[in-house]
Design a protein around this ligand. Structure first.
Ligand code: HEC
Length: 122
C-alpha cells in the first residue's frame, strides 16, 4: 500500500470514529443549547438554570429550577420538547411559561433540552 493511501485510510478511520462518538455531538448540542438558554430562558430560569432569573421573584408559580435533579429526572425529553414548543398552558403547566414555537427552530429546542439535562447531572 502506498503512503498516500495509508494516510487517507487513517484519516477516514479517525473521521468515522469521531463521527460515531456521541459525546462530541452531545457536547456541541449542549453548547448550542446553552446559548439559547442564555438568550431566551435565563431572564426567568436564571443564568445557571437555578430558577432565579431577574424576573423570577415576580412570578407565581416560580420558574422551574433545572438543577433540581429530583424534579427534572421525572420529566421525559418528549414532555420537555412539547412544553418548550407549545408553552406551559397546553401541557397543564403554568401559562407563564411561554411558547417558543414562533422563535426557536425544532433543533434549538432539542439542544436546549440537552443543555437542561446537563444541569441536573452534577
Ligand atoms: C417569562 C418567564 C419564562 C421564560 C422566559 C421561560 N420560562 Fe420556562 N417556565 C416558566 C415558569 C413560570 C415555569 C413553571 C411552570 C409550572 O410550574 O407550571 C416554567 C417551567 C419550565 C420547565 C419545566 C416544566 C415542567 O413540566 O416542570 C421547562 C423545561 C422550561 N420552563 C423551559 C424553558 C426554556 C427552555 C425556556 C427558554 C427557551 C424557558 N423555559 C423560558 C417561566 C419562563
Amino acid at each position: 500500500m502506498s503512503i498516500p493511501h495509508l494516510f487517507s485510510y487513517t484519516t477516514l478511520l479517525i473521521f468515522f470514529v469521531l463521527l460515531s462518538c456521541p459525546s462530541w455531538a452531545q457536547l456541541s448540542a449542549a453548547a448550542k443549547g446553552q446559548e439559547v438558554h442564555q438568550l431566551y430562558c435565563s431572564p426567568c430560569h436564571g443564568p445557571r438554570g437555578e430558577g432565579n432569573g431577574s424576573l423570577a421573584a415576580k412570578l407565581q408559580p416560580p420558574p422551574t429550577n433545572f438543577t433540581d435533579k429530583k424534579q427534572i429526572s421525572t420529566l421525559t425529553d418528549d414532555h420537555l420538547v412539547e412544553l418548550i414548543t407549545k408553552g406551559g398552558g397546553p401541557v397543564h403547566a403554568s401559562p407563564i411559561m411561554p411558547s417558543w414555537a414562533p422563535i426557536l427552530r425544532p433543533e434549538d429546542v432539542r439542544n436546549v433540552v440537552t443543555y437542561i439535562r446537563t444541569l441536573s447531572r452534577k
